[in-house]
Design a binder for this molecule. Structure first.
Ligand code: SAH
Length: 465
């Protein structure tokens, strides 16, 4: 380690910034946030820096760099684009025993300003010791994406409780377990929902429990259409902290592979038309696991609230007093549209979108067929391919145009995606000819015509050869 990492308290301490351009302005902003008493030495300032000078937030030292500016300073940052000036600042800083950073010049610097991820009061600093600042930036981007923004408020809440937690769990291992639980449980959840008072109460309550345990919970998570890239950050976080994961048939193995390794995985997937684990049993499992204090993820294909029975599940959890939350996912209709270049609404062609499904693969129930058959709208039909003949017959009988374009998408967003295009009149024959298999979704309506032209993912669309 060439550099010793440290966090410096700059509040009310004198710091000198040499340079008055945009880079200097960026540094000045950070230094002011840290509460430094900031002097900016430069012949001219950016308008923002001028504003800060006029508001008395910084002191302006006008003109070219003078070595005596360094007197009494704790740190100096040189942010000019003139190498000679930067060298002069660095040399003068050495003479005055002041730590110096020259922006983008590790050689001239005696300290580095790391890349940071700011979840104040939690701050992560990343440095490559000047060797590869771009790499440090990449790491920062990754951390930005994976660390929830509620970490800051959570850290602030814990700050107030530190003494109590320490007194309640003098044993380090016990304390660690408590914090681990806190991280994933109700308290963190309430902080995330910006309910600091409730979070504080929940934390107090947890401290009064005999073993400091908090209640279990269930998170309904939408896994999206299959491609792991389409998971939300929230879904990824839920998966990585779950104790138990109940998943559906449509959830891909590589999504499960992103979950916590030592979680308990339970397949409650539906097979074909029937259910291999009945819905009631899924409800019971959710309840049983949550009651053991576990954090359960109920992982569903697409979005939990689009033909996913998510509503029934939270109704059940609500009735049994189990805390729950719902993380939306990209539903199949949105994925199929995006991955075939078919807009679901279009100023000139389609003003509304309807999502519908065939119950039990072939039966549509009491649909309002006349309303579904009219033009200027898009139908997205979730279903087994077996329902296509009924669908076509009903729509045509109710006045749909036989030349209405369709796109039928199998395994949307996955490398094996297949797309079939044509008109309503030839829908059934084309699906049969190309042996379209589940999971597949039908988009029917004027915008489906775009697939032939704007399709961009995977193999080109199959048509009536
Ligand atoms: N909750 C899910 C839908 C569950 S119903 C969602 O929001 O997407 C299951 C149906 O979704 C399948 O029969 C199929 O019509 C559709 N489906 C799911 N994933 C799909 C995919 N990758 N490609 C095409 N259709 C898909």
């Amino acid at each position: 380690m060439n550099l010793f990492p440290l966090f410096v308290d700059l509040r009310s301490r004198p710091v000198l910034l040499v340079g008055g351009g945009t880079v200097a302005e960026r540094k000045a902003r950070l230094l002011l946030e840290a509460g430094a008493h900031l002097s900016v030495g430069a012949p001219t300032l950016t308008p923002t820096l001028e504003g800060w000078r006029d508001a008395g937030r910084i002191v302006h030292l006008p003109g070219d760099f003078q070595a005596h500016w360094l007197q009494g300073q704790r740190l100096v940052i040189a942010a000019t684009d003139d190498i000679a000036v930067n060298q002069e600042v660095a040399a003068a800083a050495e003479t005055h025993n002041v730590f110096v950073n020259v922006v983008d010049d590790a050689e001239l610097s005696s300290f580095q300003v790391p890349a940071i991820v700011d979840r104040s009061p939690l701050v992560i600093a990343i440095s490559s010791g000047g060797a590869a600042p771009m790499l440090a930036r990449k790491v920062r981007e990754r951390l930005e994406a994976t660390l929830e923004h509620s970490l800051g408020p959570l850290a602030r809440l814990l700050e107030g409780f530190r003494g109590r937690i320490r007194a309640r769990f003098p044993d380090l291992a016990q304390r660690r377990r408590f914090y681990d639980e806190l991280w994933r449980g109700e308290v963190a959840r309430l902080v995330e929902q910006a309910q600091p008072e409730d979070a504080s109460q929940a934390l107090s309550a947890a401290l009064e429990q005999p073993d400091g345990a908090t209640a279990g919970s269930v998170t309904l998570v939408g896994a999206g259409p299959g491609n792991p890239e389409l998971l939300t950050l929230a879904a990824l976080r839920a998966l990585s902290t779950a104790d138990v994961i109940l998943f559906d048939r449509l959830v891909q193995a590589d999504i499960l592979a992103m979950a916590r390794r030592d979680a308990v995985f339970i397949d409650v997937g539906k097979e074909g038309g029937g259910t291999h684990v009945p819905q009631e049993r899924t409800h019971e499992l959710l309840l049983e696991y949550a009651r053991t204090g576990a954090h359960v993820v109920r992982l569903k294909g697409g979005d939990p609230f689009v033909f996913g029975r998510g509503g029934e599940e939270i109704e059940f959890l609500h009735a049994h007093g189990v805390p729950y939350r719902v993380i939306p996912g990209i539903t199949a209709a949105l994925a199929c549209a995006a991955y075939t270049g078919v807009p679901l609404t279009h100023r000139n062609h389609a003003q509304s979108l309807r999502l519908l499904t065939a119950h039990c693969n072939t039966d549509f129930g009491d649909e309002d067929w006349a309303a579904l058959a009219v033009g200027r709208q898009t139908l997205a039909v979730y279903m087994g391919v077996r329902a296509l003949p009924v669908l076509r017959e009903k729509l045509l009988t109710h006045g749909a145009q036989p030349d209405t374009p369709f796109v039928l998408v199998e395994n949307a967003s996955l490398p094996q995606q297949r797309t079939v295009c044509g008109t309503l009149a030839e829908l059934v024959e084309l699906a049969t000819q190309h042996a379209v298999q589940s999971p597949a979704l039908l988009i029917l309506g004027p915008t489906a015509q775009y697939a032939q032209q704007l399709h961009w993912y995977g193999a080109p669309p199959l048509t009536n050869a």
